[in-house]
Design a protein around this ligand. Sequence first.
Ligand SMILES: Cc1cc2nc3c(=O)[nH]c(=O)nc-3n(C[C@H](O)[C@H](O)[C@H](O)COP(=O)(O)O)c2cc1C
Length: 313
Amino acid sequence: MMDWTDRHCRFFHRQLNSGALLYTEMVTTGAVIHGDRDHLLGFDPAEHPVALQLGGSEPEELARTARIGAEYGYDEINLNVGCPSERVQKGSFGACLMKEPELVRDCMAAMREAVDVPVTVKTRIGVDEHDSVEFLHDFVGTVADSGVNTFIIHARKAWLKGLSPKQNREIPPLAYERVHGLRERFPYLRFILNGGLTDAEAVLAELDRVDGVMLGRAAYQNPWILVETGRALSLPVAVSRRAVVEIMADYAAGHIARGGRLQQVARHMLGLFHGCPGAKRWRQMLSQNMHRPDVGPELLQQACPEPAVNGSS
Ligand SMILES: Cc1cc2nc3c(=O)[nH]c(=O)nc-3n(C[C@H](O)[C@H](O)[C@H](O)COP(=O)(O)O)c2cc1C
């Protein structure tokens, strides 16, 4: 998620759940080709397994950037075919590519040809007036001709005009049944359902119907959901929030020693105590102090609420 799932956020989320596949923010092919690659693509080995999401629509450029991503060590390369922002539309990629299934197929084929790691696509159930079951099945069928077998589906359509990206994550209704229908129609492909999942029960219920789920906003705003879902799936997870705070204080100390600022790490941790006693104080202390140039990692420990009586924090 743009501006959210940077390397510091991913390192933090990895401390909560060691099994989940984490995704980068979308990085455009132009940025990878012309920009500061280490800044854009560098990550901590602790983040594995981690997928690089690319934005672009030119098969050769996507192949080239996928190769660069694989050389950086990413475990999966993903193409964004779901972002409806104006900037992305101007670049003719993201959600508007749903209207060009043959081009998406060619992009995916070129990316697959370029790398050995899995190549996947993240898309929506439709775009603008192209929102029928037939359209979605034709789109997936055409793209699957590239050999790609994993589709992450944000289970709502996007309107390219008239809605902001934020509204496009809220207003078009969720239609999980469209994703279930895809799985029935294409039993040999893998479908990962995304959109509106906010608790472990909903995740578990969907995992009976699809091949995987992707959590977006809930994982950012209430990161402990990564522990709750991981626990339910018998994945190794964090033992307590305090233990995570200690690890993150060490990590932040290293980041600061290399010239970084606490705020770059701490801003992703505001929701860690969501729903716990002391959550408000934690959030306030971090928000009010993490920007200070002289502040060190001890702020995290000072803001950390006392352990709850049942030890759950
Ligand atoms: C701040 C923000 C940035 C996002 N950036 C991306 C992105 O870079 N690539 C992408 O595929 N989806 C992006 N999304 C969409 C989410 O990945 C996800 O599809 C959407 O929020 C629905 O899932 P959720 O209900 O679990 O959040 C972003 C969402 C938010 C809130």
